[in-house]
Design a protein around this ligand. Structure first.
Ligand code: HEC
Length: 150
């Protein structure tokens, strides 16, 4: 069971991937607003990785660290809508135009993500394992609809 869980978390965190603005890549985001929203996403990825490592047993559970990661995710998911409201042109961005033509849906997905972050329980590793999948699903679900594949 733990092993299956580990595989799930590792696969899912890997799926979130890195974007096009990585070092060594030719395409780099340039618009400051796009850089800002991508940095917001990267910060969420880091927080999620901390929780994933603890949930899978790759790292010892640490309540303080887990709680800090949860708070970062709450903060970040609460900022998604405002960071995406404008639609500046940046050819390196992987944001799909659907975001702005289906804004209500995009906003709803960011709310779901925020709710999932609030729902994370960092009481112990068992409750963390129980509450992490909805968080991961919320990230992936929005990406599936609103982010271009590399
Ligand atoms: C409401 C929609 C939405 C939610 C929820 C969401 N994302 Fe994103 N994410 C996006 C979009 C859109 C992009 C592409 C942004 C761009 O390229 O301009 C993105 C990009 C990313 C990237 C790539 C950044 C880069 O380097 O290019 C990562 C990593 C990421 N998100 C992680 C996460 C994590 C982790 C979560 C959950 C905690 C999450 N996202 C939740 C919409 C979302």
């Amino acid at each position: 069971m733990l092993r299956r869980y580990t595989t799930l978390i590792v696969a899912i965190v890997a799926l979130l991937g890195v974007g096009s603005a990585t070092i060594g890549d030719t395409i780099v985001m340039q618009h400051p607003r796009v850089i800002e929203r991508v940095n917001l996403m990267r910060s969420s990825k880091l927080a999620l990785e901390v929780l994933g490592a603890m949930a899978s047993g790759r790292e010892m559970f640490n309540r303080k660290r887990a709680n800090a990661a949860r708070r970062a995710l709450m903060r970040n998911t609460g900022k998604i809508a405002s960071k995406f409201r404008r639609n500046p042109y940046d050819p390196a961005s992987r944001a799909r135009q659907h975001i702005w033509t289906q804004w209500a849906d995009f906003k709803a997905q960011s709310k779901t993500a925020r709710a999932a972050s609030k729902g994370l329980s960092t009481r112990n590793v068992v409750t963390l394992r129980q509450t992490l999948p909805p968080m991961i699903n919320a990230c992936l679900s929005c990406h599936q609809t609103f982010r271009k594949r590399p």
